[in-house]
Design a binder for this molecule. Sequence first.
Ligand SMILES: NC(=O)c1ccc[n+]([C@@H]2O[C@H](COP(=O)([O-])OP(=O)(O)OC[C@H]3O[C@@H](n4cnc5c(N)ncnc54)[C@H](OP(=O)(O)O)[C@@H]3O)[C@@H](O)[C@H]2O)c1
Length: 290
Amino acid sequence: MKKTIIIGCNGQLGTDCMQVLDGADGIDFPEIDIADRFQCLEKLDALRPAVIVNCAAYTAVDACESDPACWKVNADGPKHLAEWAAANQAFLVHVSTDYVFSGDKPLFEASVETDVTGPVSEYGKSKLAGEQAVLESGASAAILRTAWLYGANGKNFLKTMLRLTLQNPGREFKVVNDQFGSPTWSHTLARQIAAVSEARATGIFHATSEGHCSWYDLACAFLEEMGVEHHFAPCLSKEYPTPAKRPVNSILENARAKQLGMNQFADWKKELQMFVTQCGDFVLKEVEVI
Ligand SMILES: NC(=O)c1ccc[n+]([C@@H]2O[C@H](COP(=O)([O-])OP(=O)(O)OC[C@H]3O[C@@H](n4cnc5c(N)ncnc54)[C@H](OP(=O)(O)O)[C@@H]3O)[C@@H](O)[C@H]2O)c1
């Protein structure tokens, strides 16, 4: 048994993991339902992976506020995977989020892996419960907390801003300028997952680009990199109310990966430039046909 299996392989991160992790197999809902303990364990018994990479999650942050199903996927799901990994000596890489923190740290202090958690949304609470289940399972496991993910595949903030701008030339769009985080390219995160997995490094890892910015800074930087004229205007979070509360300071520091000499991430602007160079045309075509 030497196989790596990517769970959630059709999602934004899962698609990049399939490209980056050599020889990995992929599976996604409904072929596997990580929320369903019996079906999930039965599927893993059939596949017998040596490494499980869990990219599957209930990621609609606002919907989580009113849909208890997020707990089944984000808390029970990793618990089931960790149960199987512990019983079968498999290595589990589980992906988590900056939203396990309250975001109340003074600006612009970054959170490290050992900082106290305190999620302020159902999404963050359910993801933290998933982390705790993995840590308590006895499985050999790594938890990678990422943030503000973007990639070529799937929905994300960058594609939304590009589409809105192209469909409404000249129109002004307000973008939140008082939440700060570290935008992260899913392709580099997949490389970080590969590095952690190859080293069988265990415990919690922060896994985001270096540096930080606001959503407004990110939207402007992306459209400028794409060579698309925009009319974004900075606004406050209170002008754009959402069902889920978001952390104000979501900045993470990859302290453990740096200590172990395995940090894969460059500065967020450099990462964004690489993303546009490699995937800009692809994203533009996708956005233009929607
Ligand atoms: N996106 C972000 O900005 C962000 C930020 C911080 C952390 N993260 C974390 O990063 C990871 C990857 O996120 P992503 O953006 O790649 O998510 P994504 O694009 O939403 O992909 C999630 C995948 O999981 C699948 N899935 C959902 N429920 C499932 C279930 N019960 N059993 C099996 N598969 C299921 C989804 O299938 P369906 O499409 O059929 O539902 C989808 O293919 C997640 O752990 C997320 O919490 C994301």
